[in-house]
Structures are given as C-alpha cells and as structure tokens.
Design a binder for this molecule. Structure first.
Ligand SMILES: [Zn+2]
Length: 396
C-alpha cells in the first residue's frame, strides 16, 4: 500500500476550521488522517512539505462540456435569455458534437489545471462519459431531455446505470420547465428518485422565464412559438405550473441551476425545502448583464454551489473566475462561504459528498495545492483575494 504524507502551512478541510501546519495522510487515493503536525502519531519515512495551502478539489457543479466547440461562437449582447437562445440555436443547427471531440477532450484536460476534480455535466449525446472516466474526473453526467412540451416523443431508459467510472454517475435532467412537458418531467423525477439520483434543471435563468411562467407571455414565449409552432395554447396543459413545481418537487433531491430571478417568497421556499442551488454568475452576466441576488441568499443563510455553464456563454471553464466576479460585486460575502461554495456545496448538490467536497477521513485524496510562501493569519481571505494569481496544482 502506498502512503503519502503531506504537510502544508495550512490545511483547509472546509468541514472544519483551517489547520495551521496541517498534515494529511493519504493511502491508495483516500484520506486516512487529518491533523496538526505535532499530533502526527505515526513516524513516516518521508513527508512531502508543501508551501501554502491544501484544499479539497473544486467542484464545477454545472457545465455542458459537449458544447466546447462553441467557444467564442456566440457573442454577448446582454439582451436576455431568448435573444441568446436564438443565437445559440442558430449555431446548434449545424453543430455536430462528434466533430468537436478534440475541443471537448482539451476542456476535460483543463479541468485539473483549474483545480476541478468533480463536475455536474449536462449531455445530450453521452460523448463525455468515456472522456471523463478516462481522465478520472468524478461527479454526475446528466442526460438532458428537451421535448418541446410534448412536441417530440422521447423515450427514457428504464433504469439509470449505476456508475460509469469509479466516482462518476449518470442521472437524467429535464432541460427546463419551459422546454420539457409536465408528463416527461414527472417521469424523469420519478426515475431519478427510484434510482437515488438527483435531478438537475435550469431554473429562472432570466426575468423572461418568470414572465413566461406567470403570464405565458413575453420574449421567451415568442421564441418558443417560433421553435415549436404547435405550442400555441399548450402551456397550460403541457407545462408544469411553476408554483406546483415549487410546492411538490423542491427538495434536497433537486438541483436548481441559475435561480437568477428569486424573490423573497422563493428564497423562503429554497430555505425550507433544502433544494440545491447552483449559480453560474459569469454566464448570467454574459447573457443578461445581471448577477444572482447573492446578498439576499447569504442574508437568508441559503447556500449555493458554483458552476460555469458552457463555452457558449463563458470564455473558459475556470471556476475560480466565478469566485472572482462574486468577490468584486459582493465583497461582504465571506471568503469562508465562497470556498465552501466551490467545494462542499457542489459535492453535496451532486450527491457525491461522501467522496468529495472536504478533507476528511475516507474521502478522495484529489486535493488542490495553492502555493504561496507567506503564512497569513486569515488564510481563507488571503486565498480568495489572490485567487487567480496563486499557482495551483491538483495532487493525488
Ligand atoms: Zn446550463
């Protein structure tokens, strides 16, 4: 058995306070002990000394790797979701995923370089299964379903396979309330629940989406009518009522991606239901020029995980840049809260917190080493304030 002992100026377990002069002992890819240096009981022949800090590997809780061939192809006008979807659809008409395998592979290679060891990835083709497995990335690949509110007949698998890698799982994802019929949505939610899988869905990515749910009107409604001409007067029968969705299905088994337009009543419902929230602030800003109401989230003690969304709405899949954007716009949010959002909250949202998200005995030893030479008393704050400039490597 291979045992490696890491001794870092700081170990940030995330599940507990930072440990100065901390030690993490790793055996066969798993953490077997976490302690202060002076508490290290066993004598180990060699200890790997690390300047700076050790953190759990980061989690990118929402992305669409298979759209990697669209990097730079959809420009930002900040005019809102329907306008962006319109331009995305123009690109997708001629987009053949298989022809972009090289770009997808490159983005998977890049994940480790930005500290990401686990992801929540949306796929329409399944092309990412093998690529992620071969690169030993953990997480959940969500097979996405869009049926144009019943315009298309879509069959579902009668089971969700157990695992596609040692720590990589499959689940099913309805794209959004506005694109997936009530009938299909209910089937997906049930199938995932029966297989103990979480369901990820795009939710309130713009004000236009709220307008559609409340009034069956607005720019998003117009776009959907153009995409699916038979949709007229179908909303009421085919689309799940958004209030019913909130009341019946908000739970810790559901992942809401974006939650950009969330009023007080919704925030209250998020809190009491324990639903998982994943935010993608750079994508929101790219599409609508807006950011999620994070001040309200934090003041009401609602946690969130971090995703990047796809290269059709961000320039790269560097999760650290999401944190930098949040820091610039919401400086009152603590560094501790932000580091937790990038690690533990993502793992918990995806249902992989038994393996990822914190430095604890029994969890994966894929850790992020941030290299800096001074020992700072408020280490979390130092890391967040210098996030993009610190040299980073994933060890383990
Ligand atoms: Zn998305």
């Amino acid at each position: 058995m291979t045992t490696t002992v890491y001794n870092a100026d700081w170990v940030l377990p995330i599940s507990s306070s930072p440990i100065k002069d901390g030690v993490v002992v790793v055996r066969n890819g798993l953490i077997i002990s976490v302690s202060e240096h002076e508490q290290l009981k066993d004598n180990y022949d060699s200890v790997v000394k690390l300047d700076g800090a050790l953190l759990p590997g980061f989690v990118n809780a929402h992305t669409h790797l298979e759209l990697s061939g669209l990097k730079g192809k959809v420009t930002s006008t900040r005019e809102g979701l329907s306008e962006w979807l319109h331009r995305l659809n123009d690109q997708l008409e001629t987009y053949v995923t298989e022809k972009h395998e090289k770009e997808i592979r490159e983005e998977v290679e890049n994940l480790r370089q930005v500290g990401v060891v686990a992801i929540g990835d949306i796929t329409n083709t399944g092309i990412t299964y093998d690529i992620l497995r071969n690169k030993r990335i953990g997480g959940v690949v969500f097979r996405e379903y869009i049926d144009g509110l019943g315009e298309e007949e879509m069959g579902l698998p009668d089971f969700v396979s157990d695992k596609i890698g040692s720590s990589l799982y499959v689940s099913l994802s309805p794209h959004a309330l506005y694109s997936t019929s009530k009938v299909l949505l209910e089937k997906i939610l049930k199938l995932n629940k029966d297989n103990n899988r979480k369901t990820s869905i795009h939710w309130l990515e713009s004000l236009e989406e709220l307008d559609l749910y409340r009034n069956h009107d607005g720019p998003l409604s117009n776009l959907l009518h153009r995409l699916w001409p038979c949709i007229t007067s179908r909303y009421e029968h085919s689309m799940m009522n958004h209030k019913h969705f909130q009341e019946e299905y908000f739970s810790d088994q559901l992942i809401l991606v974006h939650a950009l337009e969330s009023d007080n009543q919704l925030l209250k419902r998020y809190k009491e239901s324990g639903v998982n929230i994943v935010i993608c602030p750079r994508s929101n800003y790219f599409i609508s020029g807006e950011l999620p109401p994070l001040r309200d989230f934090v003041s009401q003690d609602i946690s969130f995980a971090i995703g990047t969304d796809s290269l059709a709405s961000v320039e790269d899949l560097d999760v650290r840049k999401e944190i930098v954007l949040i820091r610039e716009n919401f400086p009152e949010i603590s560094a501790e809260f932000l580091l937790k959002s990038l690690t533990y909250n993502g793992a918990k949202a995806l249902g992989i917190d038994d393996q990822f998200g914190s430095i604890e005995v029994g969890k994966s030893a894929k850790l992020v080493h941030l290299n800096f030479d001074k020992v700072h008393n408020n280490v979390e704050r130092y890391i967040i304030d210098n996030f993009s400039n610190l040299s980073l490597e994933v060890i383990g």
